[in-house]
Write a protein that binds this ligand. Structure first.
Ligand code: FE2
Ligand code: FE2
Ligand code: FE2
Length: 182
């Protein structure tokens, strides 16, 4: 694999792994503050980030060795409103800067596996940003969100509220590949 794509995969793996941990913690804060649906949203999206991290890690299967990994990641434990803003900021960085650049590099270098992994993530992050934004508005009005079951595709991290789709619209995975957070 080309060095630059491998390096981008490692950074993305680091970023997704840290997002996963952050959302688990922020979900616990939301639970404590009396926003159980926001807590469930954080847990569901944390799982989607785990899927992304795992996909990047799998793409690096033949790139063994120890590396220092640099990734942009937000820190701090604030109120649920602040934590949702933190989530939104992180997702927007991935949507507007990180993944589009990684996609361009992987395309240029002909790295098909990495390209797929980056595109899967980029697609889901757009949904995450929208969901965090909506949740923040609700929490700022001191109300929990209304939230049906949240479905996460275990193959690509596709995230949707409502019923399980017959087939993942992003990766084509069948229904039994979905994990439901209800
Ligand atoms: Fe992600
Ligand atoms: Fe995300
Ligand atoms: Fe999928």
């Amino acid at each position: 694999m080309h060095d630059m794509t491998a390096s981008n995969l490692r950074s993305a793996y680091g970023g997704e792994s840290m997002a996963h941990m952050r959302y688990i913690k922020w979900g616990a804060v939301a639970e404590k503050e009396g926003f159980p649906n926001v807590a469930r949203l954080f847990r569901a999206i944390a799982y989607a980030e785990e899927v992304h991290a795992t996909n990047h890690f799998v793409e690096l299967r033949n790139e063994s060795g120890a590396f220092s990994v640099t990734s942009e990641a937000g820190f701090g434990i604030g109120s649920t409103s602040e934590n949702l803003q933190g989530g939104l900021d992180g997702e927007q960085f991935e949507i507007n800067e990180m993944y589009p650049v990684y996609v361009e590099v992987a395309t240029f270098q002909g790295e098909k596996g990495a390209l797929r992994s980056f595109k899967y993530a980029l697609s889901a992050e757009k949904t995450h940003a929208a969901m965090f934004q909506e949740a923040k508005q609700s929490v700022d009005g001191d109300k929990d969100i209304e939230l049906g079951p949240v479905q996460i595709c275990c193959v690509c991290g596709y995230t949707a509220e409502g019923a399980i789709p017959d087939k993942c619209p992003i990766c084509g995975a069948p229904r039994d590949k979905f994990k439901t957070f209800a």
